[in-house]
Design a protein around this ligand. Structure first.
Ligand code: ITT
Length: 192
């Protein structure tokens, strides 16, 4: 049975589909318009979101919520990442950061999975890094051209292949945990 990833973001779907191959999972994208709550805690956003998505789709599904947290800006834009990306964008972030010598930042991600109306299961991932001083690269999406992961080689996420980004990213980490759990869970559920 297909597993549904409910997201309107093609970039996310591309990255997660690449990881699904390794686990022999077939993913379907659903763009069912569930309402994302505005909350400080990404875990809560994913949990409430997937419950709503499941109520509409009535199939096992997961959602994923991410945010960029810039340390010298007190964690901004965090839960407001989408709004900030759509309004001031990467150029705006670079302007906000001019004059800051400390450019540390992190991406956080929460994945919520639901297959019954009870409590969803949530997985989390994060990656530490810094904000670049200029836009670099044409891959990825969103804030990728301005985010340099700490464990990388100095390239931004937008300068990496999907596989390279997945190996280091917040989403890659949360999804890896989710898929590992899901494969075992599915086997137990079907009594294999
Ligand atoms: P959904 O339909 O899955 O909710 P979305 O685009 O609304 O997709 P989020 O709210 O989770 O995604 O993401 C908040 C913002 O952070 C959004 O503008 C994304 O472009 C950006 N973002 C999320 N993950 C990212 C990543 O891996 N690299 C760069 N930017 C990212």
């Amino acid at each position: 049975m297909a597993l549904y990833f409910v997201t309107g973001n093609r970039g996310k779907f591309r990255e997660v589909s690449e990881m699904a191959k390794k686990y022999g999972l077939v993913l379907e994208q659903s763009e069912i318009p569930y309402i994302e709550i505005q909350a400080e805690d990404l875990k809560e956003v994913a949990k409430v979101g997937v419950q709503q998505a499941f109520a509409m789709l009535k199939r096992p599904c997961f959602v994923e919520d991410s945010g960029l947290y810039i340390h010298s800006l007190g964690g901004f834009p965090g839960p407001y990442s989408k709004y900030v990306y759509l309004t001031i964008g990467n150029e705006g972030i670079l302007k906000l950061m001019s004059g800051f010598s400390h450019r540390g930042a992190e991406f956080r991600c929460s994945v919520g999975y639901c297959e019954k109306a009870d409590e969803p299961v949530v997985f989390e991932g994060k990656v530490m890094g810094r904000i670049s001083t200029e836009l670099r690269g044409s891959g990825g999406f969103g804030f990728d051209p301005i985010f340099i992961p700490e464990e990388g080689d100095g390239r931004t996420f937008a300068e990496m292949s999907v596989e390279e980004k997945n190996a280091l990213s917040h989403r890659g980490r949360a999804i890896e945990e989710f898929f590992r759990w899901y494969v075992i869970h599915r086997r137990e559920r079907s009594g294999e």
